[in-house]
Design a protein around this ligand. Sequence first.
Ligand SMILES: Nc1nc2c(ncn2[C@@H]2O[C@H](COP(=O)(O)OP(=O)(O)OP(=O)(O)O)[C@@H](O)[C@H]2O)c(=O)[nH]1
Ligand SMILES: [Zn+2]
Length: 352
Amino acid sequence: MRDRRHFDEDDIRVRARGGSRPRTRRRPKHENARPGFVTAVDRGRYRCLVDDRPVVAMKARELGRGSIVVGDVVALVGDLSGRPGTLARVVRVEERTSVLRRTADDTDPVERVIVANADQLVIVVALADPAPQPRFIDRCLVAAYDAGLVPLLCLTKADLAPPDPLVETYSPLGLRWVVTRRDGDLSALRAHLTGRISVLVGPSGVGKSTLVNLLVPEARRAVGQVNAVTGRGRHTSTSAVALPIGAPADTGSLERLLAAREGGVDRGELDHGWIIDTPGVRSFGLAHVAPDDVVVAFPDLAEAVAECPPGCSHLPGGGCALDDWLAEGRVNPDRVASFRRLLASREGDSER
Ligand SMILES: Nc1nc2c(ncn2[C@@H]2O[C@H](COP(=O)(O)OP(=O)(O)OP(=O)(O)O)[C@@H](O)[C@H]2O)c(=O)[nH]1
Ligand SMILES: [Zn+2]
């Protein structure tokens, strides 16, 4: 992401003419573009981190209808000072390492990318008030595996109820988990967040905002700055916001974080990460996910499903091996029910 890593021919030609740079009426000189990280999006305005400062940008017309979302790494030109009232232009969106999508609901085939480049989905669930919904967890697991994000189960409000039943269900599946409470120690959660770009998702009231404010005490202020630019209130925004945790963020530390994914940098050497809060996203539609990819979130059922006839819908009847395994008591009925509910909801039956 270091800028001007390469010179293209155009750049060399300009220099070869010598003397003063020619005044041109050409398009922006993209070879001079600088890298930025999109931390918030609000109605056509993109808040980007450039070096260590926030810059507000618009999309260059030449980008057309392509979307820019939180987590995108972009190339920017124009006024990159970050001074109030200035507006830079995004001229390029770099290739995404992951995309987290949702559909408006399970039967709506229109995919919407919510977040780019994340590598962890933090599924925030309260141990009580509201009571945990394993179906919500299962749905998020499907979305995470589909998007190539590692899931982390974050069980909040540990002061109200013990984590045991959920941990007993999910830790045998290889799911990593942490337990938190607002008056407790968050170091285990912090350790999981360091060196990653994490998306937080959870039902209303589980304590997500509480957690974000504990992790990033200045979060409110940072969010306020976005709105000072756009003139709109936080309450009207349902879009995602990326917040740095740990060491102060700049595009250099982001570069190391992205390199860690390819093994170029040891994740243990990183001292910062990003959390992406998604206030408007309560869950994920799964219309775009194939049945085989739903199975991935249910490793405890994989052995049974392997005995199914080809093309099995895995719904009751129709020769699904799960029926036999259920009858023989070899699989957990709650898990089968959750699996089948997710599959059925994808085909248009309402889950709720
Ligand atoms: N007992 C207990 N209550 C908590 C804890 N964390 C948060 N709460 C309370 O739970 C309620 C919801 O917390 P929020 O942080 O607003 O939850 P949220 O997930 O952001 O909710 P939405 O804004 O609706 O998405 C508030 O009344 C918090 O004070 C906790 O660890 N223990
Ligand atoms: Zn089947």
